[in-house]
Design a protein around this ligand. Structure first.
Ligand SMILES: Cc1ncc(COP(=O)(O)O)c(C=O)c1O
Length: 481
C-alpha cells in the first residue's frame, strides 16, 4: 500500500491492461499445497532434459576477493553452487524451469528482497524481477507514459533508454547538470516556470544517481534530499536507474570502507520512487537479470505487463541467484564482500587511468578529467574554446536561442581526428537529451556544451596506456590545425 495515492501517474495503456486471465488461473494452482491442476499446459518436468545445473564461481574469501580472482591462478579459491532436479536446493531444477509469474520465483524474490532491505531499507516496497535495467526502465516508461507526456531527465544520459520512449510519444525535458550531476535548482526552475501551453507538466524524473552514464557523477546526499522534496512538492515519480550503485568507490584505494550513498528509494515515504537495479555490472551483462523496487500498486502493473510480454526472467539466472544467496553460496555477507571488492577494483582502475590522463592528456592543457566516485566512466572536458577556429559567433545578440558557438562542429572534427589516429571515444552528442529550442533559455544551448568525451577505464592497462597517449597526440595535432 502506498501512503499517498499515486494512481493518477499510471498510463492509459497500463490502465487498459487487464491481468492475463490464464495467469490468474495459474496462480490459483499455488493457492494451497497439493492443489491438483488439470489446467495448465506446462511440459511435464520429467521431460526437461536437465538433471543438474552447476556454476563454479569465485569464493569471496580474504580481504580483497576480486583482486585474488583477477589473478586466476590454480590456487584462486572457487566454490560450486547449483541445483539438482528434485533438490535439496533452494530452487530445484524442476520448479525453476516451469512457467512462473511475471515477478519471478518466490525463492529468488525472497533472496533479492533481503538484499534490498539490507542496502536500502525501503519503507513499503516490493520487488519485481526483470531482465536487467534496460528491460526494467522501458517497462517503467510504459507504466507511466502517455503520448504527449513530459518526462525530466539528466541532460546527458543513457540515450538508448530515453530514445526507446520517444516512439511512445514521451517528450523529454533535459535538466542541467554540473560536475555533481543533476542540479536540483535547475529542476525546480523548470517546474516552477512551466508554461501550460507547452502541454502537461512533467510528472516523471528519470535519473542515474551513481557513477552516472555518461558523466560519471554521483549525486550528493544533499542533492538527493532536495530532488526527493521537489518530487513531493511537484508530485513526480522518480525512476532511479542505478546499475552502478555497487561500483561506488571506497575512500582509499586499499579500503573496504565504502559508504553507499542513500538511494532515493531509501528516502521514499510516499511510494513515488521506482528503483531499478541490475546484475549486469555486479555479475555479468549476459546475466540479463535485475529487479525493480516499487510500491505494491506499481508492482502489480509491472507484473501484468511482464505476464503479457516476456513472461518472467529465465530459470538459469534465478537458480544462480537463489543459490548464490543460499546456504551453499556466498550468502549476503559474501555478496557484500564481493561488491566492496568490486568497488576497490574499479577505484584502482580509475586511479591508474587518471594518473595516465594527467601525464598524457592533461599535460597538453587542452583537456581535463572529472574524477568519478563510482562506476566506469570519466567525463572528459575538452577546452574547445582554446581551438584557433573556435567561434562565439552570436555573442552579444541577447535573446538568441539555439547554439552560439561552433563547439559541436569542432567536436565532430576532433572525434574524426581521434578515429584517424586509431582511437574510438564516446562523444557527448550521443548522450544529449534533445529539447525543444522554443523553450530553451537564450544562451543556454546544449550544443554549446558538447565539449566532452566519455572515456572508460574498463579496458586493460595496455588499452588505457595506448588510448590515452593517442588522445594526447590527437588533441595536440587537432588544436594545431
Ligand atoms: C544507466 C544505465 N541503465 C541501464 C543500462 C542497461 O543495463 P542492463 O544491462 O541491466 O540492461 C546501462 C548500461 O548498460 C546503463 O548505464
Amino acid at each position: 500500500m502506498t501512503t499517498v495515492d499515486l494512481s493518477h501517474h499510471i498510463s492509459a495503456e497500463a490502465r487498459l491492461r487487464k491481468p492475463t486471465a490464464m495467469k490468474e488461473i495459474w496462480r490459483l494452482a499455488s493457492r494451497k499445497p497439493n492443489m491438483v491442476s488439470l489446467a495448465n499446459g506446462d511440459p511435464p518436468n520429467i521431460l526437461y532434459p536437465i538433471k543438474r545445473v552447476t556454476f563454479e564461481i569465485a569464493s569471496p574469501t580474504g580481504d580483497d576477493p576480486v583482486a585474488a580472482w583477477k589473478e586466476e591462478s590454480s590456487s584462486t579459491p572457487t566454490q560450486v553452487i547449483g541445483a539438482t532436479r528434485d533438490g535439496p536446493s533452494v530452487l530445484p531444477v524442476k520448479k525453476a524451469m516451469q512457467y512462473t509469474n511475471g515477478a519471478g520465483h518466490v525463492e529468488t524474490q525472497k533472496a533479492i528482497t533481503e538484499l534490498v532491505h539490507a542496502y536500502h531499507h525501503p519503507p513499503n516496497h516490493v520487488i519485481t524481477l526483470t531482465l536487467g535495467n534496460g528491460d526494467a526502465v522501458t517497462k517503467c516508461f510504459r507504466l507511466f507514459g502517455n503520448p504527449g507526456d513530459h518526462f525530466l531527465a539528466d541532460e546527458f544520459t543513457f540515450s538508448a533508454l530515453v530514445q526507446a520512449a520517444i516512439p511512445q510519444g514521451i517528450k523529454w525535458v533535459p535538466v542541467r547538470m554540473d560536475d555533481g550531476g543533476l542540479v536540483p535548482e535547475q529542476m525546480e526552475k523548470i517546474l516552477v516556470n512551466w508554461d501550460a501551453a507547452r502541454g502537461p507538466k512533467p510528472h516523471v524524473l528519470y535519473t542515474i544517481p551513481c557513477g552516472q552514464n555518461p558523466t560519471g557523477s554521483t549525486l550528493s546526499v544533499e542533492r538527493r534530499r532536495k530532488i526527493y522534496e521537489l518530487a513531493q512538492r511537484f508530485d513526480l515519480i522518480i525512476v532511479e536507474d542505478d546499475p552502478y550503485y555497487f561500483l561506488q568507490f571506497p575512500s582509499s584505494s586499499s579500503g573496504t570502507d565504502t559508504t553507499y550513498a542513500p538511494s532515493f528509494v531509501s528516502m521514499d515515504v510516499d511510494g513515488r520512487v521506482v528503483r531499478v537495479d541490475s546484475f549486469s555490472k555486479v555479475v555479468a551483462p549476459g546475466m540479463r537479470l535485475g529487479w525493480i523496487t516499487s510500491n505494491a500498486q506499481f508492482h502489480e502493473q509491472l507484473v501484468a505487463l511482464t505476464d503479457s510480454s516476456s513472461q518472467h526472467p529465465h530459470a538459469f539466472g534465478q537458480i544462480f541467484l537463489s543459490e548464490l544467496f543460499g546456504p551453499e553460496g556466498w550468502q549476503p555477507p559474501g555478496f557484500d564482500k564481493w561488491v566492496r571488492g568490486l568497488g576497490m577494483e574499479y577505484k584502482r582502475r580509475c586511479d591508474f587511468f587518471l594518473d595516465l590522463f594527467t601525464k598524457e592528456v592533461a599535460s597538453t592543457g587542452l583537456a581535463e578529467a572529472i574524477p568519478p566516485e563510482a562506476g566506469m566512466f570519466v567525463w572528459t572536458r575538452i577546452h574547445i574554446d582554446k581551438h584557433p577556429r573556435y567561434r562565439n559567433e552570436v555573442a552579444g545578440s541577447e535573446g538568441a536561442r539555439g547554439p552560439r558557438t561552433n563547439c559541436k562542429k569542432l567536436m565532430e572534427e576532433l572525434f574524426d581526428t581521434c578515429l584517424d589516429e586509431g582511437l574510438v571515444v564516446m562523444p557527448a552528442s550521443i548522450f544529449k537529451v534533445g529539447s525543444d529550442p522554443q523553450y530553451s533559455e537564450p544562451g543556454d544551448s546544449i550544443e554549446d556544451r558538447l565539449n566532452y568525451f566519455r572515456l572508460t577505464y574498463c579496458g586493460t592497462e595496455e588499452t588505457m596506456k595506448t588510448g590515452l597517449s593517442t588522445l594526447g597526440r590527437a588533441l595536440r595535432s587537432f588544436f594545431a590545425s
